[in-house]
Design a protein around this ligand. Structure first.
Ligand code: FES
Length: 532
C-alpha cells in the first residue's frame, strides 16, 4: 500500500486514494467548496490547493490521487507522496482563491440562513482579508424561485456547481445548469422546466455558501439556536439517517445525516418535510367516544375502560390487536408479548399501510414504495403474527387494540369490517388519523419525532430513533403505554423503565436481534443477523 505523508503525519492508504479524503479523515483541514464525496470532481474552486513534493505547481487535493512509486523513486526513501497543506505558498494561494470567490459575495451574514454553518464564513475567518481591494461595483442580481421549494440568492453563489452535478448525477433530472460565461455566469433552470424531483431539497443541503435555500426553513430561526438530534426517518422502509433540527417543542428542519449503510448522503423531500404532517390534530389526552362526541379522561380511567370492556366483551381470549409498521420495535414487541399472554390464538396482525412503486435514481438512491417504515422490524419482533385479519372474525371478537399507522394506515375492506365488528376499539396514536376516527378510545402516544427505540429497515439495518422534541400534553411514550396496558391486564410491564430496557428484552428473546444493543447500534445502525 502506498505511504502518504501529509505535513508531519504518515498514512498507509489504498492505491488511488484521494489526498483530500485522506486528509479530512485524519482531521487535517483542507478548505474546499466544489468537492463533495458523492459527486464527480471538477476542481474548480481551487481552495483545496496543496504543495506536493516533486511537482512544481500547487495541485488541487480533491483531484489528486495517491499512486505507488518504484522503490528508487520514493521520497525520503519511503514515501510515495509528500503533501504540504500549511506552507506559505499554500496559504497564499488559499487567500487569493478566497478573495476571488468573495468578489461579488455580499456581506449579508446577519440575514443569511447559512450563517453559523457556512464554509465561506469559516474560511474567511481563517484566510480572508480584513479589507476588500475590490473597488468596482459588485454584481447584483435578484433572487429566483427554482421550484420544489428551493430559491436561489444569485449574489451569494460562488459557482461551485455542486447543485448542477447533483441534478445530473444523483437524480438524472438535469434541471440546473450554468448559464453564460465569465462574470455573467449563473445557476439557472430552463424556461418552463423548474427544479422538479423528489430529492430537490438536497441542493440546499449541499450548497456550501447559502445561495440555495429551502423556502420552508428560510428566515425561521438561527442555526445556533437549534438542537441537532441524530435520528432515523420512518416514512418508508429505506430508513434514511437524518438530523432533526428543533427547539423544545418545534421542529424547524430535517436534513440528511451521512450513513453509507442506509441512505448515503441524501434524503428525499417526503422525509424532509414529513414533520409538518404531525403538527396538526395532535392528541394530548386520552379520549373516549361518547356517541359522536369525544370526552377527555385520565390515564387511569382509560386503562380501567380497557379492563372493563375486555370483561364485558368476551374476556381476554376475545381480544385482538393490530401492530404498526410505523411504530418502533419496542412497542410492537410489547404488544405481541401481551397478546400471546392474553390469548392462545394468533391474535395479532399488522395494520396495512399505503403502498406505492419504488423510485430508484441513477446513482442508486431509492425511495421505497412501502410506507411502513418499520415493516420488517414489526414482523421480526412479534411472535405468532397472523398473516391477516381473516381469522379474527372466527368465534367471538371482543376488544381490538391498535397501534396507529401515523396517517399511513390503509382502511382496506377487511380493516373496515374488523373495526365494524369489534364492539370496542382502542387506538394508540399521536395525531388524529383515519384510524383514530374509527376508535372508541384513543390513547395519545409519542409521534415519529418524539419516539425512542429501534426501527429495522428493509435491508435489516436496525437504527435508533431519538426524540427530537418534547411530548405534547399528557401523551406518553408508545412503549410505556403498551407496558402500562400490560400491567393493567396481566400484571406485567412495570419492569421497563425506558425504551432501552425493552430493546434489551428483544435482544434476549428474539434470536436475530441477539447482536442488537444500543451500544452496537451507535450512530449508523447494526444489521440483524439474518441480513448481514
Ligand atoms: Fe478542490 Fe474545489 S475542492 S478545487
Amino acid at each position: 500500500m502506498p505511504l502518504l505523508k501529509i505535513d508531519d503525519q504518515t498514512f498507509e492508504v489504498p492505491k488511488g486514494a484521494r489526498v483530500l479524503d485522506e486528509a479530512l479523515k485524519a482531521g487535517i483541514e483542507i478548505p474546499h467548496y466544489c468537492y463533495h464525496p458523492a459527486l464527480s470532481v471538477v476542481g474548480s474552486c481551487r481552495m483545496c490547493a496543496v504543495e506536493i513534493d516533486g511537482i512544481p505547481k500547487l495541485q488541487t487535493s480533491c483531484s489528486t490521487l495517491v499512486g505507488e512509486l518504484p522503490p528508487e523513486k520514493k521520497f525520503e526513501g519511503q514515501y510515495d507522496m509528500v503533501v504540504h497543506t500549511r506552507s506559505d505558498k499554500v496559504v497564499a494561494a488559499r487567500k487569493s482563491a478566497l478573495e476571488f470567490l468573495l468578489l461579488n459575495h455580499p456581506l449579508d451574514c446577519p440575514v443569511c440562513d447559512q450563517a453559523g454553518e457556512c464554509l465561506l464564513q469559516d474560511y474567511s475567518f481563517k484566510y480572508g482579508h480584513a479589507h476588500s481591494r475590490f473597488i468596482e461595483e459588485k454584481r447584483v442580481r435578484p433572487g429566483e424561485d427554482l421550484g420544489s421549494g428551493v430559491v436561489i440568492n444569485q449574489n451569494r453563489c460562488i459557482m461551485c456547481t455542486r447543485c448542477v452535478r447533483f441534478t445530473r448525477e444523483i437524480t438524472g433530472t438535469h434541471e440546473l445548469f450554468v448559464e453564460n460565461r465569465g462574470n455573467d455566469n449563473r445557476i439557472a433552470v430552463f424556461d418552463g422546466h423548474p427544479l422538479d424531483n423528489p430529492l430537490a431539497g438536497n441542493v440546499a443541503d449541499i450548497c456550501p455558501v447559502g445561495a440555495l435555500l429551502l423556502k420552508d426553513y428560510m428566515h425561521t430561526t438561527r442555526v445556533w439556536l437549534l438542537s441537532h438530534t441524530p435520528s432515523t426517518c420512518t416514512e418508508c422502509t429505506t430508513g434514511c439517517s437524518i438530523t432533526v433540527d428543533g427547539a423544545k417543542d418545534r421542529i424547524y428542519r430535517i436534513i440528511s445525516r451521512e450513513n453509507a449503510q442506509a441512505n448515503g448522503h441524501f434524503i428525499c423531500d417526503y422525509g424532509r418535510y414529513a414533520f409538518h404532517q404531525y403538527e396538526d390534530d395532535v392528541l394530548t389526552t386520552p379520549q373516549l367516544k361518547d356517541g359522536a362526541e369525544w370526552t377527555e379522561i385520565s390515564w387511569e380511567e382509560a386503562y380501567q375502560q380497557v379492563v372493563d370492556r375486555i370483561g364485558e366483551y368476551g374476556g381476554q381470549q376475545a381480544v385482538r390487536a393490530l401492530a404498526s409498521p410505523t411504530f418502533p420495535n419496542e412497542s410492537n414487541y410489547l404488544l405481541g408479548q401481551l397478546m400471546n399472554q392474553l390469548t392462545d390464538k394468533k391474535s395479532i396482525a399488522l395494520l396495512p399501510v399505503k403502498q406505492q412503486e419504488d423510485q430508484v435514481f441513477p446513482m442508486g438512491f431509492r425511495i421505497s414504495g412501502d410506507k411502513g417504515g418499520n415493516h420488517r422490524g414489526a414482523r421480526d419482533v412479534i411472535h405468532n403474527l397472523a398473516a391477516g385479519t381473516q381469522s379474527f372474525h372466527k368465534g367471538d371478537l371482543g376488544v381490538l387494540i391498535v397501534l396507529d399507522g401515523d396517517g399511513r394506515g390503509e382502511i382496506t375492506e377487511s380493516i373496515e369490517r374488523l373495526f365494524a365488528a369489534a364492539p370496542f376499539t382502542v387506538v394508540l396514536a399521536s395525531n388524529r388519523s383515519d384510524i383514530t376516527r374509527l376508535a372508541d378510545l384513543v390513547l395519545p402516544v409519542a409521534g415519529p419525532f418524539e419516539r425512542e427505540g429501534t426501527v429495522t429497515n428493509d435491508q435489516g439495518l436496525v437504527q435508533w430513533l431519538q426524540p427530537a422534541v418534547q411530548l405534547k400534553g399528557q401523551a406518553r411514550p408508545d412503549w410505556q403505554v403498551v407496558a402500562e396496558l400490560s400491567q393493567a391486564l396481566i400484571g406485567e410491564g412495570a419492569m421497563y423503565t425506558c425504551a432501552g430496557d425493552v430493546t434489551w428484552k428483544i435482544n434476549q428473546t428474539i434470536e436475530a436481534y441477539s447482536q442488537i444493543t444500543r451500544f452496537k447500534i451507535g450512530k449508523f445502525g447494526q444489521f440483524v443477523e439474518s441480513a448481514a
